[in-house]
Design a protein around this ligand. Structure first.
Ligand code: SAM
Length: 257
């Protein structure tokens, strides 16, 4: 998917630049497109590194010969990122999830990123709300996230079919007490794919589905469920806070280790 919806509203571009509060920073841009945002970033940043997968678009921006802009022609999911202070982009929406988790593996100060509105709502959602999901928990594990504004379709050309939103991402050390991060993410993924089930059934199914990969899968799933806090077992995944999910994940991890 090309995801080529270019941001043409100078007021939105101006606000993105203000939100990014650029001051002598190295800025990473994912999907430079025709360079509308790239040029505005370059006017403020010490350096912009812009990654663009389209050969034609990457060449067009290179031809502008902006002195403090490095263009990388490639797939942002595949190329390694240089060191950067901030990431500011009107993202290709089809890679929203993968690119966000890739970014969160890097050490940076601030992200100002345009996403599809529905995706943005799931990123920032808190528990007991409808949009609370695996995405909310996993993104918020690494960063504080906030929707700064909704952006109308008319700000783009061609206009996308979906609504958009600008999200602020501020990475920080995890605040959740998690014994094993990979196990926690797998656990969250497993129970949220069964979000209508009560936790006790979701966990039993998880053991069945993952019987080959879960370390210590010989454990009796029912026995483990019986030792978990009973008040949490009757709830659905979306009714548990990240802290409660971390408690369960830690207890299960300890039981099977
Ligand atoms: N930043 C420009 C703007 O705001 O006008 C363009 C934004 S457009 C939504 C996304 C851009 O990302 C397109 O130019 C598209 O070619 C590029 N793109 C799509 N998938 C990509 C990928 N995997 N890696 C790098 N660029 C990608």
């Amino acid at each position: 998917m090309l995801d080529q919806h270019f941001l043409i509203d100078p007021r939105v571009i101006g606000r993105i630049i203000d939100y990014a509060d650029i001051d002598d920073d190295v800025v990473l841009e994912i999907g430079a497109g025709t360079g509308n945002l790239t040029k505005a970033l370059a006017a403020k940043a010490a350096k912009v590194v812009a990654i663009e997968s389209s050969g034609c678009l990457a060449k067009d921006i290179s031809d502008l010969k902006l002195p403090n802009v490095d263009i990388i022609h490639g797939d942002a999911l595949k190329v390694g990122f240089p060191e950067f202070d901030k990431v500011v982009s009107n993202l290709p929406y089809s890679i929203s999830s993968n690119i966000t988790f890739k970014l969160l593996r890097y050490d940076f100060q601030l992200g100002i990123l345009m996403y599809q509105y529905e995706f943005a709502k799931r990123m920032v959602a808190t528990h007991t709300t409808r949009d609370y999901s695996r995405l909310s928990i996993c993104v918020q594990y690494f960063a504080d996230v906030e929707i700064l504004e909704n952006v109308p379709k008319t700000a783009f050309r061609p206009q996308p079919e979906v609504k958009s939103a600008i999200v602020k991402i501020v990475p920080r050390p995890p605040t959740l007490n998690v014994l094993n991060k990979e196990f926690f993410f797998d656990f969250v993924a497993a129970v949220f794919t069964q979000r209508r089930k009560q936790m006790k059934n979701a966990i039993i199914n998880m053991f069945q589905i993952k019987s080959r990969t879960i370390h210590g899968s010989h454990c009796d799933a029912r026995k483990i469920v019986n030792m978990l806090p009973r008040n949490m077992m009757c709830k659905r995944p979306g009714e548990l806070s990240p802290e409660e999910l971390a408690i369960l994940s830690n207890m299960i991890y300890e039981a099977i280790s």
